[in-house]
Structures are given as structure tokens and as C-alpha cells.
Design a protein around this ligand. Structure first.
Ligand code: BT5
Length: 259
């Protein structure tokens, strides 16, 4: 793999043994692992299950053109390329979310780590990790995950409170990739079983600025969230209206929390 963006090499971290299906490249600094891996994939330089992991991103990206922040060498910042894309590409992001969930739980079994729709990880109710998927023109899909290990912005969570050896970032990534490989072929029921959002009272914030409040009842075959919107938001007399969301930010509301 070449690149104008850094020096590429394989398996630089002695702590890591990568599962055989994956080719892991590591770089000290890059703009965004998603963007750089997408560019390399578009040029045909890398193949299925290539992973790019960076110690630092200067332009880390969130969904909807938002930013993803982390100081150098603090957190897990990695992107995976899938050229072998299933008929329902969103399943790849569900799988990465589930693998991240399993990896985080493996190292911090004492914390309450949950999956929130569409693909956030929460630790004790606060955002710990986010997943960003993008499809490139060849049809391949890049799925990036950022997980806070040693640093988190205000209002977010990190996995470790104390000093944690740098090599362990690679161990967590390796664990994550191993869990990915162990996921069953039929992912929908596993995802829905692990998704803390289902059954919760939620506020769904839409890109338009609108928000709705209701109870999240399920995720459909297209990965969309089904919400029974509170009666008061529709009309006083009507039964709850079921709405379907394919994009949005979800806040899990505690029962007593104002919407
Ligand atoms: C996400 O977006 O949660 C997807 C984040 C994906 C990041 C990875 S890192 C490796 C790969 N390369 C990239 O360039 N990106 C991926 P979203 O749900 O839109 O959340 C973004 C919002 O979370 C921001 O607007 C901030 O408010 C907040 N935020 C930024 N950095 C954060 C952090 N480290 N921890 C928690 N929240 C953060």
C-alpha cells in the first residue's frame, strides 16, 4: 500500500496478533482513516478486509459531516474496507458495532456497555464509541470506528480511567476483529437482541432539526428504527403513530426525564 499520507507498514505492534482474514496497516497520523482508506480502495491498492488504524487523525469524521475528536495516541481510530459486500450493506456497520461492543465488554466487564441505534456504544449511558460507514463508487464499503480509550470529550465516556499501555490499543483492535469473524451469518436477530435502544423511551433528533419522542419498538430488515411516537405529539385522541427512521440521533430517555 502506498500513500502520500504517511508511511505504511504491517503489524507494527508487537502486542497484536491479527486474525488471519485481516490485513492491518498502521500509521502515526492521517487526516481520516475512512477517507484515506476509501482513496486507497478507489485506486485499487487495497483489498477486502484491509484495516487502517491511526494514532492520530487531523480531520476525523463523524456522521453527517460532523467531527470526531481525539488527541494523538489516546484512542482507537480504525477503518475497515469491505469489497465483499452483503446484499444489505448496513449489516456491515451492525457487525462492526457488535464487534466493538464485544471487545469493549471483554476488557471492561465491570462497565455497563451497550449498543445504541444506529451504531453508538455507550458506557454507563454515555457515548463511548461511534461508527461511520460510507460506500464508495466501486460498491465497496468503508466502516470506521472510533472508541475512546484514554480520552473523551466533555460529556462522553472513555474505557480506561488510568494509564493504559499503548500496545493495548492493538490488542483491543485484534479482539474486535476476532469477534467480527465469530459473528453468525444471520446478524439481524443478534443485533436486535443486543441493541439497548429497543424498548426504550427515546428522543429521535432528525437532520432537519425536528425531533420526536416515543418508544423504540424494533429495527426493521433495512436497519431502520421503528418508533411509536407519543400520542401527545400526534393528537390527543389518536393511537400512537409508528414512524420509521433511517437516519437520526437517538437519546435514551430515562422514564422520568423530560423530553
Ligand atoms: C460517529 O458520528 O459517532 C461516528 C464516529 C466515527 C469515528 C471514526 S474514527 C475512525 C474513522 N475515521 C473517521 O474519520 N471516522 C471514523 P456521530 O454520531 O456524528 O458523532 C459525532 C459527534 O460526537 C460530534 O458532533 C461530537 O459532538 C461528538 N464527538 C466527537 N468526538 C467524540 C469522541 N471522541 N467521543 C464522543 N463523542 C465525540
Amino acid at each position: 500500500m502506498s500513500g502520500t499520507d504517511g508511511i505504511w507498514w504491517r503489524e507494527p505492534w508487537t502486542a497484536a496478533t491479527w486474525p488471519p482474514a485481516w490485513t492491518v496497516h498502521h500509521v502515526a497520523e492521517t487526516t481520516s482513516t475512512n477517507v484515506v482508506l476509501a482513496d486507497a480502495a478507489s485506486r485499487g491498492e487495497v483489498g477486502d478486509r484491509t484495516v487502517l488504524v491511526a494514532d492520530h487523525q487531523t480531520a476525523g469524521r463523524g456522521r453527517l459531516d460532523r467531527r470526531w475528536d481525539a488527541p494523538a495516541q489516546a484512542n482507537l481510530l480504525a477503518s475497515m474496507l469491505f469489497t465483499d459486500v452483503p446484499p444489505d450493506p448496513f449489516e456491515l456497520t451492525q457487525r462492526v458495532g457488535l464487534a466493538g461492543l464485544a471487545a469493549a465488554r471483554a476488557v471492561r466487564p465491570d462497565r455497563r456497555i451497550e449498543l445504541k441505534w444506529p451504531n453508538d456504544l455507550l458506557a454507563d449511558g454515555v457515548k463511548l464509541a461511534g461508527v461511520l460507514a460510507q460506500r464508495i463508487t466501486s460498491g465497496a464499503v468503508i466502516v470506521g470506528i472510533g472508541m475512546n480509550l484514554r480520552w473523551a470529550p466533555p460529556g462522553a465516556a472513555r474505557l480506561f480511567d488510568d494509564a493504559y499501555p499503548a500496545e493495548s490499543t492493538a490488542t483491543i483492535l485484534s479482539t474486535l476483529l476476532g469477534f467480527y469473524d465469530a459473528l453468525p451469518a444471520d446478524i439481524g436477530s443478534v443485533y436486535r437482541a443486543d441493541l439497548a435502544t429497543i424498548g426504550q423511551r427515546v428522543r429521535v433528533e432528525l437532520p432537519s432539526g425536528e425531533h420526536v419522542v416515543g418508544v423504540a419498538v424494533d429495527v426493521d430488515h433495512d436497519g431502520r428504527l421503528l418508533v411509536d411516537v407519543d400520542r401527545g405529539q400526534v393528537s390527543r385522541e389518536s393511537a400512537p403513530e409508528r414512524r420509521v427512521f433511517d437516519v437520526g440521533d437517538v437519546v435514551h430517555l430515562r422514564p422520568a426525564e423530560p423530553a
